[in-house]
Write a new protein. Structure first.
Length: 81
């Protein structure tokens, strides 16, 4: 994060406004997003198949910022920021 101060600032702003319930809900949502592609692949879809790619690639930008906010809070609590 030290190499990307603007990103760290944005993540910090998001994290400060986040309640524990929101952080927990985000964590559950990201976990579900990891499970869905695995279920599709277990059902016989390849990694390159449209349904798998829709879950992996299309959902990533919407998921990334809240995940980084969670990481920011964890690092700050651990005294690493």
């Amino acid at each position: 994060m030290r190499d990307f101060p603007e990103l760290a600032e944005e993540i910090g702003r998001r994290a400060v406004g986040m309640t524990q319930a929101e952080a927990d809900a985000g964590h559950r949502e990201r976990t579900a997003q990891m499970i869905r592609p695995a279920e599709l692949m277990a059902a016989g879809h390849s990694v390159a198949a449209s349904p798998v790619q829709a879950d992996v690639v299309d959902a990533t930008p919407d998921t990334l910022a809240p995940a980084l906010a969670d990481a920011y809070l964890a690092l700050k609590a651990a005294g690493r920021l």
